[in-house]
Design a protein around this ligand. Structure first.
Ligand code: HEM
Ligand SMILES: [Cu+2]
Length: 598
């Protein structure tokens, strides 16, 4: 019950982690089924229709229901602590964001049980996803599930933007913020600009599908390329929404375990901002082959290649941070160091794809699949694993087992490269993506087998991680406040796990790497910025949960044209909003005596 009503950012972080990880396992299972089907030529393990459903749900689940929430887990667990805050700016909204994501994801996955599964790819290109060619309710689950889940993401973005702008401890100017906080700040800005675009596209597609509108229906005067523009104006920034937080994690982990200050701090900040800005300008590199014409193709091509420059700055700064440091190869650091060359490879194939004439060859081949998995799995997922191993003691008060951690790293890392490296060559040999089988003796057989074996290894790595978590659970909560001893930022100054109010007294920040600075000056605690006093806390509330259930019910109502059900669901949500507005909730206080005991 506690967990259904909590508005505490640390608990919401754990909820995000749990839900996101479960969806990660679901998406992983779908990936394994895909790879079993493609293991040998002319396989009939799954039917062609099922295969389309599997790749659609795998991509959609991994991006929206696994990667995004696991990032939100890290943001929630860490950001308020890193900036010396007691919570996020809007704790109630934070809970609402989690529950809308959760019920949106649930709605999407119920499609498996309804027997009508989205099958038009995670990009749901029209006309394939439109009513003419997709008459069942499959794509309705995609359109409505993602709208509900998208509300959660947008709320999170607004919340973290406001939190980072407003809630920093005294002395923490923007140029003293830890890199992870910087990355999340920029990510939040991207979310606030990109997600509404997706919602607009989804609403338009929903109108086409449910109410016979003609936004994308060519027969009624609609335009299919319009969908591609709307989708990628969201979709390309989304890639940066995913990768920038990983950049932030890597910066923290590499600096901590090199026992050195991050090299080129201000250039890292400018690189982040520049990447984010350029990220919005280049969406049409996904559309070179739609016939935009040579001028558009050339400009989008150059724009895309420019992103390599700030990205290169970041890569070199990580390397210079490691250079000459006294490096500790903890599991977290292995993931971070493994990230660097892997992500570089994804970047290099990105530049190759950005060359418009070359893209006519690579387009819709396995080369693309290899490229984006290098970026999202080799970048983002390695980053998330690094972050989880790094902050686990802070989140749960227990250190993960290092031996099992290293086993996770090596199986996952080797499995990853086995799976996806060979796919570059499958693509160059001409194997198209999104085909459910292929003929023998075209040079595809061995490479596909290797790829499938690699996928199993990644699965084993993930299982070892789960085992590690279970074993760690049984151990006492004895992690030290500064669990790695070389912590640099504020989260390492308070107990692991932190008390409900985080900081008894708000700390005073006197420079970059505030905690490291105090330690080098021989201090054993932060200088407080305020006297010890009562702490004001927000009350827990069940409303966010019920509001999301309302939207969930309304989703079904719309989909199956039960208009009373739709109205009822919306009504539940509105009644909750009404109560939230009229009932004046003052929260509660924690007195100094209780704090001293805690
Ligand atoms: C065990 C690991 C994984 C394997 C074996 C795997 C395999 C595949 C395969 C075979 C496809 C179909 C490609 C196509 O023809 O379009 C695919 C698509 C995709 N995967 Fe993965 N994948 C894995 C992990 C991930 C992860 C962790 C993510 C994201 C966080 C991800 C995101 C995607 C996306 C976005 C698509 C595109 C789907 C589409 O084109 O509709 N994958 N994956
Ligand atoms: Cu892109």
């Amino acid at each position: 019950m506690d967990w259904l009503t909590t508005v505490d950012h640390k608990k919401i972080g754990i909820l995000y982690l749990l839900a996101g990880f479960i969806f990660f396992l679901v998406g992983g299972l779908e990936a394994i089924l895909i790879r079993i089907q493609l293991m040998k030529p002319m396989n009939d393990f799954v039917a062609a229709d099922t295969f389309n459903e599997l790749i659609t749900m795998h991509g959609t689940t991994m991006i929206f229901l696994a990667a995004m929430p696991m990032l939100f887990a890290l943001m929630n667990a860490v950001i308020p602590l890193q900036i010396g805050a007691r919570d996020v700016a809007f704790p109630f909204l934070n809970a609402l964001g989690f529950w809308t994501f959760f019920f949106g994801g649930l709605l999407l996955n119920i499609s498996w049980f309804a027997g009508q599964v989205p099958d038009a790819g995670w990009t749901s290109y029209v006309p394939l996803a439109g009513p003419t060619y997709n008459g069942t309710h499959g794509v309705d689950y995609y359109v409505i599930g993602l709208q509900i889940a998208g509300i959660g993401t947008l709320l999170g973005g607004i919340n973290f933007m406001a939190t980072i702008i407003n809630m920093r401890a005294p002395g923490m100017s923007f140029m003293r913020m830890p890199m992870f906080t910087w990355a999340i700040f920029i990510t939040s800005v991207l979310i606030v600009f990109a997600f509404p675009v997706l919602t607009v596209g989804l609403v338009a597609l929903m109108f086409d599908r449910l109410f016979q509108a003609n936004f994308f229906e060519v027969g009624g005067g609609g335009n299919t390329v319009l969908w591609e523009h709307v989708f990628w104006v969201f979709g390309h920034p989304e890639v940066y929404i995913l990768i920038l937080p990983a950049f932030g994690v890597i910066s923290e982990v590499v600096a901590t375990f090199s026992r050195k200050r991050l090299f080129g701090y201000s250039s890292m900040v400018f690189a982040l901002v520049l990447i984010a800005f350029l990220g919005f300008m280049v969406w049409a590199h996904h559309m070179f082959t739609t016939g935009l014409g040579p001028v558009a193709n050339a400009l989008f091509s150059i724009g895309t290649m420019l992103i390599a420059v700030p990205t290169g700055v970041k890569i070199f700064n990580w390397l210079f941070t490691l250079w000459g440091g006294s490096i500790r190869f903890t599991t977290a650091n292995l993931f971070a160091i493994g990230f660097i060359p892997t992500f570089v490879l994804g970047g290099v194939t990105g530049v190759m794809l950005a060359s418009a004439p070359a893209d006519y060859q690579y387009h819709d081949s396995y080369f693309v699949v290899a490229h984006f998995h290098y970026v999202i799995v080799g970048g983002l997922i390695l980053g998330i694993f690094a972050g989880l191993h790094y902050w686990w003691p802070k989140m749960f008060g227990r250190m993960l087992n290092e031996g099992l951690g290293k086993l996770t790293f090596w199986t996952f890392f080797i499995g990853f490269h086995l799976t996806f490296f060979v796919q570059h060559f499958l693509g160059l040999l001409g194997m198209p993506r999104r085909v459910w089988t292929y003929l023998p003796n075209q040079g595809f057989d061995t490479l596909n087998l290797i790829s499938s074996i690699g996928a199993f290894l990644m699965g084993i790595g993930t299982i070892v991680f789960v085992l590690n978590v279970i074993i760690t659970w049984a151990k006492p909560r004895n992690a030290a406040a500064d669990a790695w001893e070389d912590g640099r930022s504020l989260e390492w100054t308070i107990p692991s796990p932190p008390p409900e109010y985080n900081f008894k007294q708000t700390p005073l920040v006197r420079g970059i790497d505030a905690w490291w600075k105090e330690k080098t000056e021989g201090n054993t605690a932060m200088t407080p910025a305020e006297p010890l006093g009562p702490i004001h806390m927000p009350s827990p509330s069940i409303l966010p949960f019920i509001m999301s259930v309302g939207l969930f019910i309304a989703g079904f109502g719309f989909m199956y044209a039960h208009h009373w059900l739709a109205a009822g669901g919306i009504l539940v949500t509105f009644v909750c909003m009404f109560f939230r507005s009229v009932y004046d909730d003052h929260g509660f206080h924690i007195d100094p005596e209780e704090e001293v005991q805690a």
